[in-house]
Design a protein around this ligand. Structure first.
Ligand SMILES: [Fe+2]
Ligand SMILES: [Fe+2]
Length: 479
């Protein structure tokens, strides 16, 4: 869904708080495309004022705030729904680009003051191009003498909490990795393993995802050569859970889905090492051996100590993860009923992570955008076309962590998915060379940015690259 099709039908089912946020963002967006007398724009402003009165009159003011990766209206967090997920993400990235922590509106504004709302929107839009957007914004609003709006600045504390959050995220990641390793090793040694610890870890993962989804997703870009299978399992869990959240699964379902992701390749411990790490194509015989990992995953899950009711729910998705949407793939069954939702989700996460991950024995990892392109060619045959669309919408054409070559002769890493309509102009971190011949963090650039003299984009993407070819670990730049 793009900004353009955020409907402004006020009869819809969205609560007024969310309608208010939507009307506000719609004004900001519409003003970029339409003239000030455009009917849609006028309607949005009227909606904005009407809703500001409806909700704000009683409370004296209305504050839209952006804290720890979530949007709040007053003290209440705005929950993601299918209709608002893009809107909220776009609005938060809009706030972030301007260093804004929030905006407070006072309801003493009337329909006749419509122009003031438009002026405010124009100032907010322009702020992005300014060197110090926040200072400029405050100054402009003061100059205009608008008494019905107030800017809330982000403070040092929130930056501090960002660092704290990254640390917490990395800890959760490390525990999860340890847990997959432990389960695998214990099972292969024939020792008793319980599901408890892994379940608690998936619960922590859900918490982390709810708190800061971009950060959670960034964890999936940690890629190493050495322990591919464990990290792959964890990445599949992370990506699957994000898809699950995107389509509105319940917390419990997300935990379950995470567990299935963590355990889906458990059976690989029984595949002979020389097959698992063979650099070239497998022979037919070797491939037959490899295929056994699916049923072995199921057997291993059965061996885990835990209630049979809980385990029963964990068996089918791992069993299905190499079956395709059209029921080809393996292990071949004579079933006619479609794959489970979790099975279809995990299949997407699995192929995406496998193709984009470098491994010791396979040098040709694909950049994420190419992997998505390849997967799209199999929508409806290998992959559930709707879920694949959801996935691409979620990660963007150039997902977080993609390494790009720009026409400015710079290398850059995508730090925020694009919010322009065709999702092709993400926000990136430019890389500069360090003293050791490697790369260090440079400045952040929005690829939407235009050169004011020529009107052309300042930077354009030439192509995507494989980070490991440049000894780059995207996660190091993201977390
Ligand atoms: Fe597999
Ligand atoms: Fe896998």
């Amino acid at each position: 869904m793009t900004d353009e099709n955020i409907s402004l039908n006020t009869d819809d089912q969205l609560p007024s708080r969310e309608q208010f946020v939507r009307a506000f963002y719609k004004i900001l967006q519409s003003l970029r495309i339409h003239r000030e007398n455009n009917q849609l724009l006028t309607e949005s402003v009227h909606d904005f004022i009407r809703l500001l009165h409806r909700i704000g009159d009683e409370q004296g003011s209305l504050t839209v705030r952006f804290i720890r990766g979530r949007l709040y209206l007053q003290e209440e967090r705005l929950l993601y729904r299918r209709e608002t997920v893009n809107l909220f993400d776009n609005l938060m990235s809009y706030f972030e680009k301007r260093g804004l922590q929030g905006i407070r509106f006072y309801p003493h504004i009337e329909n006749k003051d419509m122009t003031e709302v438009l002026v405010l929107a124009a100032i907010l839009n322009q702020a992005e191009q300014k060197k110090e957007p926040l200072a400029w914004l405050s100054h402009e609003i003061q100059e205009e003498g608008f008494s019905w709006v107030e800017i809330i600045k982000s403070d040092a504390k929130s930056f501090e909490s960002r660092r704290h959050k990254s640390e917490k995220a990395l800890k959760t990641y490390a525990y999860a990795l340890e847990s997959v390793q432990e389960i695998t090793q214990k099972l292969s040694a024939g020792s008793r393993v319980g599901i408890g610890r892994t379940l608690r870890i998936t619960q922590n993962m859900v918490d982390l995802m709810m708190e800061d989804e971009p950060l959670f997703l960034a964890l999936s870009t940690i890629r190493m050569y050495d322990d591919y299978t464990y990290r792959h399992s964890l990445n599949v869990a992370i990506l699957s859970m994000c898809i699950g959240k995107y389509i509105g699964l319940s917390r419990r379902s997300l935990e379950q889905l995470g567990l299935c992701g963590l355990l889906h390749d458990l059976g690989k411990i029984m595949v002979p090492k020389h097959i698992l790490s063979k650099p070239g194509k497998l022979t037919q015989e070797e491939f037959e051996e490899m295929k056994k990992h699916v049923l072995n995953s199921v057997r291993q899950i059965v061996k885990i100590h835990g209630s049979s009711e809980r385990k029963a729910k964990l068996l089918l998705p791992p069993f299905e993860h190499h079956l395709r949407y059209d029921l080809s793939g393996y292990p071949q069954t004579h079933r006619h009923e479609p794959l489970t939702l979790f099975g279809r989700i995990i299949a997407i996460a699995d192929v995406y992570d496998a193709t984009t991950s470098p491994r010791v024995y396979r040098r040709n990892a694909m950049p994420p955008d190419q992997a998505l392109g390849m997967m799209s060619a199999h929508a409806g045959t290998h992959f559930d076309p709707i879920l694949l669309k959801v996935f691409i919408n979620m990660v963007g054409v150039y997902p977080i962590g993609t390494l790009l070559e720009l026409d400015s002769k710079e290398l850059a890493i995508v730090v925020r998915a694009a919010d322009n309509p065709d999702k092709t102009r993400p926000t990136v971190m430019l890389l500069s060379s360090d003293e050791n011949g490697g790369f260090k963090k440079g400045k952040i650039a929005d690829l939407n940015e235009k050169d004011p003299r020529t009107g052309d984009h300042k930077r354009n993407i030439v192509r995507s690259l494989v980070p490991s070819d440049y000894a780059i670990q995207p996660a190091a730049f993201l977390l």
